[in-house]
Ligand binder design. Structure first.
Ligand SMILES: Nc1ncnc2c1ncn2[C@@H]1O[C@H](COP(=O)(O)OP(=O)(O)OP(=O)(O)O)[C@@H](O)[C@H]1O
Ligand SMILES: [Mg+2]
Length: 246
């Protein structure tokens, strides 16, 4: 986890089949090891921003450079170094994977085609299971866990990858209040170890007390950018988010 930088310069992103860009003229720089929270109303483009950073969506104008690599031409290399905990996940109850398999999947992109996990991969997966406190779930089927348990497994999967940048899209949405605090501590430790964190969230009660970089999106644009202690993030986001019902 070396800590990766993100540089977006006048980025526009459109979904396939649509002429209208969702992200519009987004420019920002994130330094290695920053802890960034992205807020803003539903539909503002937060998920689209994360998926533009890791090269999953077509950037139609502008440039995105992540870990020093151009996202459009080096998408695969970028995704090897970037973890992404997605917003809406659903596991088939009959999916034939144990928790142990799902966490190990975090290592597959690093292994290269056809290579089997080795000692280092097993150690990284075990560490991640331990950090999330889910060793006891290792042999359970992923599809038969609760939503919160599955959320922890996805976080463990991405930590097993030892990413330079960790993107998280509403990681607290399935979690009870104590578990939110627990995950928040883990993310703080991950940032302190040097990993850059970019977290989209509507839940601000469990943010670490440390300095947080706050980005607010409205209608596809980045409209506010500040730094403040964790306990002030909610107020800043609230003040600078437009009301989509107005
Ligand atoms: N696959 C898609 N195809 C076309 N348009 C999409 C697609 N996904 C999202 N959009 C549109 O892009 C805009 C931004 O969506 P996005 O998912 O980035 O919002 P968000 O800020 O993450 O919202 P939320 O807080 O509800 O998760 C919305 O207008 C949405 O309708
Ligand atoms: Mg979203």
């Amino acid at each position: 986890m070396a800590g990766g930088s993100i540089n977006l310069a006048r980025v526009y992103t459109a979904y396939e089949g649509s002429d209208l860009p969702v992200l519009r003229d987004v420019s920002t720089s994130v330094e290695p090891g920053e802890f960034v929270v992205v807020g803003g109303p539903n539909g503002a483009g937060k998920t689209t921003l994360l998926e533009s950073i890791n090269g999953m969506l077509p950037i139609t104008h502008g440039t995105a450079t992540v870990c020093g690599l151009d996202v459009l031409s080096h998408g695969y290399a970028v995704r090897r170094r970037v973890g992404y905990v997605i917003q809406n996940f659903a596991f088939d109850p009959l999916a034939p994977f144990t928790v142990g398999h799902v966490v190990m999947m975090g290592r597959y992109g690093l292994l290269g085609y056809g290579r089997q996990p080795g000692e280092e991969d097993r150690r990284a997966a075990e560490e991640a299971l331990h950090l999330l406190g889910i060793e006891d779930l290792e042999e359970r089927s992923i599809g038969k866990l609760s939503g919160g348990q599955q959320q922890k497994v996805l976080i463990a999967q991405n930590l097993a990858k030892k990413p330079d940048i960790l993107l998280l899209d509403e990681p607290f949405s399935n979690l009870d209040l104590c578990t939110r605090d627990f995950i928040s501590e883990i993310l703080t430790g991950t940032a302190d170890a040097g990993c850059t964190i970019v977290m989209v969230s509507h839940a601000f009660d469990a943010l670490p007390a440390r300095e947080i970089r706050v980005l607010v999106m409205n209608d596809g644009r980045l409209t506010f950018d500040t730094r403040c202690p964790g306990e002030e993030v909610e107020e800043r986001v609230r003040t600078h988010s437009g009301d989509p019902h107005a």
